[in-house]
Design a protein around this ligand. Sequence first.
Ligand SMILES: Cc1ncc(COP(=O)(O)O)c(C=O)c1O
Length: 464
Amino acid sequence: MVDPATPDLLALLGARGPRGLLPLHLPAHGRGRGLAPALRHLLSRSPGSWDLPELPQIGGPLLEEGAVAVSQRRCAALLGASHCWFGVNGASGLLQAALLALCPPGSQVLLPRNVHRSLLHGCVLAQVEPILFDLPFDPLSGLWLPPGPGDLEAVLAATAAAGLPKPAALVLVDPTYQGQRARLPELVTLAHRAGLPVLVDQAHGRGEALASGADLVVISLQKAGGGLAQAGALLARGERCDPAAIERALLWLQTSSPSALLLAATAAAITHGASAAGQRQRQRAEAIGHALRHRLLAQGFSLLAAADPLRLVLLTGPIGVSGLEADAWLMERGVIAELPEPGALTFCLGQVPPPRLVARLTRSLQAMRRALQQPPLPLFRRPPLPLVASPVLPLAQAWRATSVLVPLELAVGRVAAEPLCPYPPGIPLLCPGERIDRARAEWLLGQRLLWPGQIADTVRVVAD
Ligand SMILES: Cc1ncc(COP(=O)(O)O)c(C=O)c1O
């Protein structure tokens, strides 16, 4: 039931927001402060003047001629890609198109356990089976860590040893939502040596994976740039993926009326990010990120060592609270974080961090600690997952099967018919088609307590 006091969308967006908020969430433009200048200029023009169809002069992401094609070529050159396609359905839609282009129906794809759910949806659309591989785990934060080269070697060896068919591609997530980075050049070299093209989900990055040799890279200009929500780009480099296959996949998935505003937002954000002014803006933001980090460490807070200074990840276990509790307490006081998780709370500082951020956030976190501090939480339990695993029932078949809801306690031995997926971060803890063994069921029961309200005490399983 919706609370009758909740305003409708137009009323909410049209209202003056509460004063004194400290918004530290995505989009990274921070409620307009960090919008790319060309986009800000466009939005200040007569309302609606920029909402144009695919007129011949404008064209579209799949057309050879027109302004969109010119912008895409310019952005490809700026980012070191051979091709660039703008998208208007976020990183999700572009990841799905990339998957469809790389993996023929009936093939397999290697996906890391920290994969965003959009790629599972992509597997359903592409009729592709995931081979899910486990990742290193950090018991202090409860987070998966990026794989190292040794981890990937073990995954490739285990895939072959399990008699699984050779996958059509490898997907990596880099950086992670929390800003952690893998040693991409080594990982990509290993994959290429094994004959696998590599798709990197850089929704939280800026296309740097291309320089590491990645074949396809997806970026989201609202997460690490001054673009609008849904603005994204798919970048290609090298010979391993046929541009015609990518364009065919984009055609299947894309609206036939892509918003000129969103396409322009992508162009503006990429162009600004690569400009001298954009780089200076980023350096200023990063300096604030470093100052904040030093101040909080000096105050005794534990922070995740993240490679991205604009992602601040507070480890909440050492102060005895879950990231979800800390988030609820801060939210009531106007501090809006991006990603609460059982052992961590991630703040996105944005392209232009809010005024007086260091002092304000330090004060709020000190107050939160005084109010909520308890003895440290126990370390988090590693998920009991095999190094590589394929669903026992094809993903799409399980997801569409006749299903029944059973309590998690009674799900042992059953096959999942839906993902268990707290959102954000949108990373499935269980995938359709996976058999729930006892260890997994017990771990999921533990997860339910760690994600209150986000994981039900029942799970939908395939009917007998
Ligand atoms: C790693 C990762 N990939 C892809 C996505 C999907 O991005 P979008 O919401 O722009 O479709 C997200 C969203 O949070 C994400 O965290």
